[in-house]
Every structure is written in C-alpha cells, then in structure tokens.
Design a protein around this ligand. Structure first.
Ligand code: CAA
Length: 293
C-alpha cells in the first residue's frame, strides 16, 4: 500500500551508487544500512583521512559482527566490505552517484554549503537527501540550481534498529525525487512516512516537548538518576540515557530550533547548555556527572 502522500512509485529512479557526506556517528551507520540493504557501492566522504578511515572502519567492524551473528555469510561479508569506500575529494567519487545523503553538523549554513559543493560534481538528476533532524528542507534547497531534487530523509539512532524514516518534501521537491525517496526507504526496510517541512518534523518535535519537561524536572532539583529511574519499564530507554545516545549537542540544537519556532511551548534547559558547553557526551558516566544545580 502506498504511504499517505507518496507519489506513484513508477516515477522512482533506481539507485546504483550512494554518496555519503560526513563519516561520523550517523553517517557511518547510514553507510552500513545502505550497503547492506541496497547492495550497491557506498562512498563516505569527510574533511580528513582520519575521519574517513574511522567511518569505513566502523562499517567493516559492524559487518564482522553481522558475520559473527550468522546474519551474513563470509562471501556476502567480503562483498559488502568491498562495496564501502572512503574519500576526501568528492569530485571524482561522486561523479557517478545517483543518491547523496548528507549527515554533517546540524547547522543550516554548513548543510547549504555542502549541497552547493555536491551540486557541482553530480548529475542534475542525482537526489540530494539530508538527514537533518530539525532544519527546513525548503531553505536548504533555496540557492541550488536544482532544488527539485532535495528531500529530507531523517533516520533515528540506532539506525540499524529504529524502524521509522521521516521523508520530508520541501516546497520545490518534485514527484520523481519523492518517489525515489519512498522506494529507497522501502528497500532499506524502513517504515516511511511523509512529514511536513516544519521545525523538527514530527518525532523530534514530540521528543523535544518530552525532553524539555524532563530537563525542567532536573533543573528544578531532581537528580538525573532519579528522573531516569522514574521511567523504568515506561519507555524503552530512560530519557537521559537517550540523550547520551543521541548526543547532548544535537538534543540542545533541537530544543533551540523548536524554542525559536514556538517560544511558548519549548524549554531550553540551562543544565543541558552546561553539558554541551563542557563538551560532555552525557549527564553522567566517566565523561559526564555535571552538577544539575
Ligand atoms: N547501534 C547498533 N545496534 C544497536 C545499538 C546501537 N547503538 N544498540 C542496540 N543495538 C542492537 C543490538 O545489537 C541488538 O541487535 P540484535 O538483535 O541484532 O542482536 C538490538 O539492537 C537490541 O539490542 P539490546 O537487546 O541490547 O537492547 P534493547 O532491547 O535494550 O534495545 C534499543 C536497545 C533498541 C536502542 C532500545 O533501548 C531503544 O529503542 N531505545 C530508544 C532509542 C530511540 O528512541 N531512538 C530515537 C532517538 S531520537 C533520534 O535519533 C532523532 C534525532 O534526530 C536526534
């Protein structure tokens, strides 16, 4: 059954090679998903060789885990590893890609300049997908020569496990792009939904309200472990553990975006700001443990 709002699948174009901009936490999880489910070449790009090597190394290590669990056989593991590569210079490796997804720093100017660079080296039909979790697709596409091929393709962490994919249509996204996004999402074995191009889409907008309120509880003096403990058996993961999984900087950025858009409804926690300012990866653990006071 066609998901609500999805165009006719006959319009979808086949994806034969994927380019990923970024080789960090989300980007390397995306590389694993794309190579595993589409079985096509996937090339990761980043600013320096160290990051690229780390991203490719992550994918290889995860394929080894799949092999150890018996989810893929040795031949398939070898083939999948051979399909994943990394590069710094996009010009050569992106010349024949037909689907690019970016998962770089969550900042509009950075994402716009990534797409402007990519547009110079890919074909006019190549899809430009963004894994942004909160920013406007229409704005991201606005200055491009071909804004009709830009689409939001928002995954959740851990990418291998979370079933949902939010697909976002910008004002100028065309039907062929959207149909390709839905067909690709299905091939990736995700549940695809079409969401409006509004701040933080659906899931992160809801999560922003939830995390804002839990942040307020901690800011009012409840210790983090007590707040987390209150969720035992209620949610799949306690809120501050989830915040550490997602990354405090991303969570803060999400709440700031939502607060700007809907100031009366969204709360930006000073404790969360302190965690991010101190470059901690969580509220607790060896790298965390801030005093919520
Ligand atoms: N990376 C990859 N795979 C992972 C993983 C990770 N970080 N964590 C767990 N898994 C895999 C495990 O390997 C295991 O796979 P197999 O069945 O193949 O062995 C499977 O997930 C289940 O793991 P566990 O049994 O160890 O753990 P669990 O039952 O406690 O489930 C969880 C783990 C699925 C992560 C669960 O805790 C959960 O659903 N947490 C909530 C996650 C969530 O809400 N994510 C959305 C965050 S918001 C976001 O991402 C949006 C954004 O833009 C910021």
């Amino acid at each position: 059954k066609r998901p609500a709002g999805a165009p006719d699948k006959a319009l979808a174009r086949k994806v034969t090679k994927v380019g990923i901009v970024g080789a960090g936490l989300m980007a390397s999880q995306l590389a694993l998903l794309f190579v595993r489910r589409l079985d096509v070449p996937v090339v990761l790009t980043d600013l320096d060789q160290e990051r690229v090597d780390k991203g490719v190394g992550y994918v290889h290590a995860e394929i080894d885990k799949l092999l150890a669990k018996g989810r893929v056989n040795q031949d398939k593991a070898n083939r999948l590893k051979g399909l994943v590569s990394g590069a710094i210079d996009k010009a050569e490796v992106f010349a024949d890609v037909d689907f690019v997804i970016e998962a770089v720093f969550e900042e509009m100017s950075v994402k716009k300049s990534v797409f402007a660079d990519v547009e110079k080296v890919v074909s006019p039909e190549c899809i430009l997908a963004t894994n942004t979790s909160s920013l406007s697709i229409t704005e991201m596409a606005a200055d491009l020569e071909h804004p009709e091929r830009v689409v939001g393709f928002h995954f959740f962490n851990p990418v291998a496990v979370m079933p949902l994919l939010e697909i976002v249509r910008g004002e100028r996204t065309d039907d062929a792009t959207l149909a390709t996004a839905f067909a690709t999402g299905r091939s990736l074995k995700k549940t695809t939904i079409l969401v409006k191009d509004s701040p933080s889409f659906i899931v992160n907008r809801l999560l922003g309200r939830f995390m804002g309120e839990v942040g307020r509880i901690v800011d009012e003096g409840t210790p983090v472990p007590v707040a987390d403990g209150a969720f035992a058996g209620v949610a799949p993961m306690p809120p501050f553990m989830l915040l550490s999984l997602v990354g405090p900087a991303i969570a803060l950025h999400n709440n700031e975006t939502l607060h700007r858009a809907f100031p009366d409804r969204f709360y930006v926690s000073p404790a969360l700001e302190r965690v991010v300012a101190a470059r901690k990866s969580s509220y607790y653990g060896p790298d965390g443990g801030i005093d919520p006071e």
